[in-house]
Design a protein around this ligand. Structure first.
Ligand code: NAP
Length: 318
């Protein structure tokens, strides 16, 4: 069986794979493959280990006639044409659960950083602009007693809610299905989308990306929000209209934002959002703790080998 990984993987992961399959991988741990390189590399593959920047569309799947499994090293899989994979009898797997806590932590890190202006505070110290104590120096926004609105109340959304409760926040959420058990266990209440937007002091987006959710948060939705509200997106860039977000933040119609994800990644360094002092950013590192990334790699390998051995994978998408 031939397995191709679209990123260089850690040695211990590769060693495990090499005991069972003929393994090859892209030479870089960071640089993505071009479409042309991907089309060439998957020709003989029975299995692919993929990451979220790989466009595994109908053309790539057609270029891999032996393909049996795509094992995605992420929980989100909007880069994969799952419908086409089903047509071709290709199993798709992902890595849910193991990254929930790490991603909820990073979401909260961005939320706190935006609330307390941490990038600006750090710059003030490093650049020698810290003169003395002053009453409203870098004065931020309080979490305790504030309302957090969570869009998408699945695994990570609920983990964010549990953290918010630890900060004495009032938790409301919107999701396509109501979650009565989680509501009760966590102490959260369901509201319609419009109400969540209106009530939230902090809005956290924790939905998967799907075409029908593109620009779920645009100019109209931002206009409903409180003018000092803070928006945090650690889900997918395409859920938010970045131009509308930029205008709202620049014109004082929204307080601040914390962003781990962008419509185009890596986000271009001349992106207007990066010119704003009230935006905290990270390079899509939601799940990036050593422990979580190694668990994700392990689960990815277990899923891949299970399918190649005609067994049921632990976390299938299809
Ligand atoms: P999940 O458990 O599947 O939760 C997603 C929630 O969104 C579910 O409750 C689902 O509702 C809801 N939902 C789906 N489609 C919807 C729609 N059209 N309208 C309203 N609600 C909808 O997924 P998760 O593990 O929490 O992950 C969520 C997303 O976070 C991933 O898909 C990924 O894109 C992103 N993520 C980002 C990072 C990062 O590094 N920044 C890391 C991990 C994940 P139901 O319960 O009714 O299905």
């Amino acid at each position: 069986m031939n397995v191709f990984a679209t990123r260089k993987l850690p040695e211990e992961v590769v060693d495990k794979l090499k005991q069972q399959v003929t393994y090859s991988e892209w030479h870089s741990a960071e640089q993505p493959m071009t479409k042309a390189e991907l089309l060439e590399a998957v020709k003989d593959a029975d299995g692919i280990i993929s990451v979220l920047s790989d466009p595994l569309d109908a053309e790539v799947l057609a270029a891999a006639p032996n393909l049996k499994v795509i094992s995605q090293l992420a929980v989100g899989f909007n880069n994969i044409d799952v419908g086409e994979a089903i047509k071709r009898g290709i199993r798709v797997t992902n890595t849910p659960d193991v990254l929930t806590n790490a991603t909820a932590d990073l979401t909260f890190a961005l939320l706190l950083a935006a609330a307390r202006k941490l990038s600006a505070a750090s710059a003030e110290v490093r650049e020698g602009k810290w003169q003395s104590w002053s009453l409203l120096q870098l004065a931020g926004k309080e979490l305790s007693g504030a309302t957090i609105g969570i869009l998408g109340f699945g695994r990570i959304g609920q983990a964010v809610a549990r953290r918010a409760k630890g900060f004495d926040m009032n938790v409301i959420y919107w999701n396509r299905s109501k979650k009565p058990e989680a509501e009760q266990a966590i102490g959260a209440t369901y509201h319609e989308l419009e109400d969540v937007l209106k009530q939230a002091d902090f809005l956290v987006i924790m939905l998967p990306f799907a075409p029908e959710l593109k620009y779920l948060i645009g100019a109209e939705e931002l206009a409903l929000m409180k003018s000092d509200a803070i928006l945090v997106n650690t889900a997918r860039g395409g859920l938010v209209d970045e131009q509308a977000l930029y205008e709202a933040l620049k014109n004082g119609r929204l307080g601040a934002a914390g962003l781990d994800v962008f419509e185009q990644e890596p986000v271009p360094t001349d992106h207007p959002l990066l010119t704003l002092p009230n935006v905290e950013v990270a390079p899509h590192i939601g799940s990036s703790t050593v422990a979580t990334r190694m668990e994700m790699a392990d689960l990815t390998v277990r899923n891949l080998l299970a399918v190649l051995q005609n067994k049921e994978p632990e976390t299938p998408v299809n």
